[in-house]
Design a binder for this molecule. Structure first.
Ligand code: SAM
Length: 356
């Protein structure tokens, strides 16, 4: 009769009953070898039933855990690591605001937790394209949606532009509503969002209008919901790029004070449907005007803080050179040397939590 190979959990449980360190290590070593030889997992031994569902385990994660167990110096420590691994393989502990399994947090290497973001390559996969001047790189909504929302929740983007956030919503199985002032841009966004394929098909709604006054509740009600769980705002950086001739386009604000007042109205309108305790993100950079730096980042941050929000993080993200500016490096360096300023290579992502 063929001997049945024990599952990882069964074998780990057996090892945790042994008294001799050398025997435990020999057992861990053979588990390590079993993972390395992937073909040995034909029987799906790396698949773990958790809460009634099957989860495949990440090979690198398992190898790193086995190495840690193997290198432990005492029986107590070794057994502690073994028990922790058994738990992480068999139990899910989800984050309060996301779907991150905290029992296997080491597997989420690609989720950034530092406040300095150096994102070099734009994600151009699927429907994403760099074609819209002033769009953000998809990794921004991707990171934020995975940290601050769960599958099936609702996300609002108050300045939709080319639809980057809703494309990410579709990928990550979040429902999304995006508001864009320009009908022609909204139409292009709809096409891009439709091009993105998705297995789960969450709802993606594009509304044309002014995000400082559009009736968001009404749009949500039509879809059977009354509130949302995350807001992302990527407004014009005042007048750096003139997006349209519409009077209520934030890029046409006459003064920085006007810009901030309009931005504040957008915050009021968008956050009116945001659940208490959930997050709002503002993505923005600064500008120079008449030989002076205009700190749009900190000014918009202050505008949000006049409302019922607490500041949770300030992320500084690198700005990668756009095609339009490539080749102008030397000119900007010269101008900076002459003018006594520094060339912007960063922008901000501010994260706020709604208090009531
Ligand atoms: C910086 S872009 C956003 C780009 C977007 N994150 C993307 O990835 O494509 C700002 C957008 O806000 C729009 N906009 C400006 N004023 C607006 C307003 N009052 N209401 C809604 N959208 C507005 C502009 O037309 C522009 O498309």
């Amino acid at each position: 009769m063929k001997h049945k190979t024990p599952s990882y959990t069964e074998e780990l449980k057996r090892l945790s009953t042994l008294r001799q360190l050398s025997k435990i290590k020999t057992g861990v070593n053979s588990l390590h070898l079993r993972v390395v030889k992937t073909h040995a997992d034909r029987d799906g031994l790396g698949t773990f039933p958790v809460n009634g569902q099957s989860f495949r385990i990440n090979k690198e994660y398992l190898l790193a855990e086995f190495s840690q167990i193997y290198e432990a110096q005492s029986v107590e420590r070794t057994k502690y690591y073994i028990k922790r691994l058994i738990k992480s393989l068999n139990e899910i502990r989800l984050g309060k605001l996301n779907d991150i399994n905290l029992n296997r947090w080491k597997e989420y290497n690609d989720i950034i937790t530092d406040s300095l973001w150096g994102l070099d390559k734009r994600d151009r996969s699927g429907a994403h394209s760099a074609g819209y001047w002033g769009n953000f790189i998809p990794q921004i909504p991707n990171q934020l949606l995975r940290r601050y929302t769960k599958r099936g929740e609702w996300v609002l983007d108050g300045f939709l532009g080319s639809g980057t956030t809703l494309i990410e919503c579709k990928r990550l199985d979040r429902n999304g509503i995006g508001i864009e002032l320009q009908p022609s841009i909204a139409k292009k966004a709809i096409n891009a969002i439709e091009r993105e394929t998705s297995i789960t098909s969450p709802k993606c709604i594009v509304a044309v209008g002014d995000s400082s006054e559009i009736n968001i509740s009404k749009k949500l009600k039509l879809n059977g919901v009354s509130s949302i769980q995350f807001v992302i705002l990527h407004p014009p950086y005042w007048d750096i790029i003139k997006f349209s001739n519409f009077e209520n386009d934030l890029s046409n604000a006459k003064t920085v004070e006007d810009f901030l007042t309009c931005f504040g109205h957008v915050v009021d309108n968008c956050s009116s449907v945001l659940d208490k305790g959930r997050f709002l993100a503002v993505v923005i950079g600064d500008k120079y005007s008449d030989g002076k730096l205009v700190p749009l980042g900190f000014r918009t941050m202050q505008e949000v803080l006049k409302r019922d929000f607490t500041l949770k993080s300030i992320i500084v993200k690198n700005i990668k050179q756009t095609k339009a500016k490539r080749g102008q490096d030397k000119l900007w360096r010269y101008r900076a040397l002459v003018g006594g300023f520094y060339v912007f290579k960063h922008e901000y992502i501010f994260l706020f939590r709604k208090m009531s």
